[in-house]
Structures are given as C-alpha cells and as structure tokens.
Design a protein around this ligand. Structure first.
Ligand code: ADP
Ligand code: MG
Length: 345
C-alpha cells in the first residue's frame, strides 16, 4: 500500500457549466453549488461563490459582477475558475490539514481540446490539489451510475447538462462512440421563454422559465395536466401581468429541444457497432445530468428509440461520484483508461 492509499483523500469533481459537485471518498457528495462567482468590478475581489453568488446573477448592483466561469463545459474565465475551486476546497478541508495529500479527478467533456484540458488541471493545481487527473464525463457518469464499465459489453450514457448533451457508448472501460450537441436544460428554459413571448406576448425571466420546467414540465403526454401561475411583463405595454400556463403548453414549448436530444441518441445508435447495439437494446440507456430530471423525458426517449431507459437515483451526482471512484477502479487495471497523465509527471 503506497503513501497515497493510506493518507490521501480521493476527490471527484464535476466542474459543470451550471453546477459544481465535489465527492470525497468515504464521505459522499460534500459540495453541490452553482458554478457562479461574484466579483467586485474594479478590484476583481471575490465577494461570493456558489449559491450566494447565483442569487446575485441577474440582480447585481453595478459594482458587482456575477460570472459563470465555465461555458459549454470548458473554462471561459481561468482566474475565476481557480478562485471557485479554491473556495470549494477550503470549505471541505480544514485549514490545518495538508491539502498536499488531496488527489483530484475532474470530469471533462470528451470534445475538449488539449489546451482546455490543461487549463482545467492547472486551475485545480493552483487551487491546491496535489495530483490532478481528468476523466471523460461520460465515463465518470457511467461509473457513478454503477455500470460495470470494464465488461466487454456496450452501455450507452446520455448526460444532459445545462448547455450540452453528450451521448456515449462505453465498452471495456473506454469510450467507443461519443458525440455532443449544444442543447441542454438551459435551452429548455429558453424555449419556454420564446413560447410565452410568441404566444402570450409576455416577457418572463430565465428563473421563472426554469420553475415552469421543473414544476410542471413533462416531455411525454400525460393525462394529469398541471397548471402554474406566472408573472412577467407585457411585451407591448411593458406592464406587469399574470398568466396561467399548463403542462401541455410547456411540453409544446419543449418539443424542439427534446426532439433534438432524441435525434442525437438515434444518430449515436446508428454510429455504434452492431454487437454493441445489441447490448444497449438489452441493457438500456442510462440518463444522467440535471437535464435528465425533466419529467417524462426518459419515457419519450424510450418510446422514440425503442430502447429501455434506466433511471438512476441521483442523475446529477453521477459524474462527481464516478470521478472520485475512478482512482479505486483503475488501481488494478494495467492501463488507466483515463488517457491523460498528471501534469506534474
Ligand atoms: P451542468 O453539468 O452543465 O453543470 P447539471 O447536470 O447540473 O448541468 O444540470 C443543470 C440543468 O438541469 C439546468 O438546466 C437545470 O434547470 C436542470 N434541472 C435541474 N433539476 C431539474 C428538474 N428537477 N427538472 C428539470 N430540469 C432540471
Ligand atoms: Mg454535467
């Protein structure tokens, strides 16, 4: 047993465009907060991170700026990404404890470039981690969903985040096919905003649109019709106005982005070697990411593709859990299939 095995803390990080989650081996998920940093405009001093900073996102006074440091899964603002990681690490590791013994594995989108991947690792190293490895998010999601990824059998993972949906086929611990589209939970919100403006002449904010989606959204026709009262401003007069919206209308609004996801899954199935397709038809598609929580989406996907969908208990936590558990899992494998080396070595 090496030094790391005895004294290190294995940490898995899901550095999402919407939410950052941190998993610590032996403890579980310890951080689950929005990926938002609020800084003072002039000095760039950080005034809030995470949930507190998100509350400032759409309502910032002019001297404070709320930043989402990640865009489409990659770092858009290096400085604030590092500050955000540093802040979350300081929340989970007591000051006196040596950060040096933390080894971290971060989930990254598979379409990321070498430069972008290095930026992620550098940000984490600067924030104090001793060893930083990365893992493709789909692979991490599969591990976190407890799929036996080393088996010589095909598994499909569909991760729906805020800005992107990544569909991958995994076999023998590696990715066989993968593709991503820039459609995710945020596009669902935008589609609702557009629909309400076009059909009802009412402007609503992204927060209300997300509430409609989470509370009464349903991608699959359902006998049970739910309703919600919303407030917005009239697109013509600019005056505040109330409106009642039901789940049928929300589904109508979501048709385009949900269909794009279905089509992406079909396309990926089409690119998959036939032996693996047979496995997937038998084992089903695993859906992860916050976007997969949209009610009825698993039914729609299953209906449209003819493939069963496996529901996991904690779809938004899978990437962080899987990234953290990958150290253990890959320990005995001759080759760590997360192909990238530690920057330090
Ligand atoms: P990322 O990986 O990009 O950080 P997440 O996996 O955290 O994204 O997913 C964020 C998305 O999930 C957001 O668009 C959010 O609105 C959506 N979401 C979270 N919970 C639900 C829910 N219960 N129903 C529908 N959408 C949800
Ligand atoms: Mg994600």
């Amino acid at each position: 047993m090496g030094f790391f095995d005895r004294f290190s803390t294995d940490v898995g990080v899901d550095l999402g465009t919407c939410n950052t989650l941190i998993y610590v081996r032996g403890k579980g998920i310890v951080i689950n907060e929005p990926s938002v940093v609020a800084v003072e405009r002039g000095t760039k001093r950080v005034v809030a991170v995470g949930a507190e900073a998100k509350r400032m996102l759409w309502k910032t006074p002019s001297d404070i700026m709320a930043i989402r440091p990640l865009k489409d899964g990659v770092i858009a603002d290096m400085d604030s990404t590092e500050k955000m990681i540093r802040y979350f690490i300081s929340k989970i590791i007591p000051k006196h404890q040596l950060i040096k013994v933390m080894r971290m594995r971060i989930g990254i989108p598979s379409c990321i470039t070498e430069v972008e991947r290095r930026a992620v690792q550098e940000a984490a190293l600067k924030a104090g981690a001793k060893e930083v490895k990365v893992i493709e998010e789909s692979l991490a999601a599969a591990i976190g969903a407890q799929i036996p990824i080393q088996e010589p059998a095909g598994h499909m993972v569909c991760d729906i985040g805020g800005g992107t949906t990544e569909v991958s086929v995994i076999s023998l611990g590696g990715m066989v096919v993968t593709s991503a589209i820039r459609v995710g939970g945020d596009e669902f919100d935008e589609a609702i905003i557009k629909h309400v403006r076009n059909v009802h002449n009412l402007n609503i904010g992204p927060g209300i649109a997300e509430q409609l989606k989470v509370q009464i959204g349903n991608a699959n026709p359902d006998k049970n019709i739910e309703k919600m009262q919303i407030k917005g401003s009239d697109a013509i007069t600019g005056l505040p106005r109330r409106l009642e919206i039901d789940s049928v209308e929300v589904r109508e609004a979501l048709k385009d982005p949900t269909n794009q996801i279905v089509e992406e899954i079909k396309r990926t199935l089409g690119k998959t070697p036939p032996e693996l397709t047979a496995d997937i038809y038998e084992r089903g598609i695993v859906m992860t990411g916050g976007g997969s929580l949209l009610k009825g989406l698993h039914k729609l996907v299953s209906k449209e593709t003819g493939v069963p969908v496996i529901l996991v208990e904690n779809p938004s936590e899978c990437v962080a859990i899987g990234a953290g558990q990958a150290f253990e899992l890959f320990k005995d494998m001759s080759s760590d299939r997360s192909i990238y080396d530690n920057l330090n070595n």
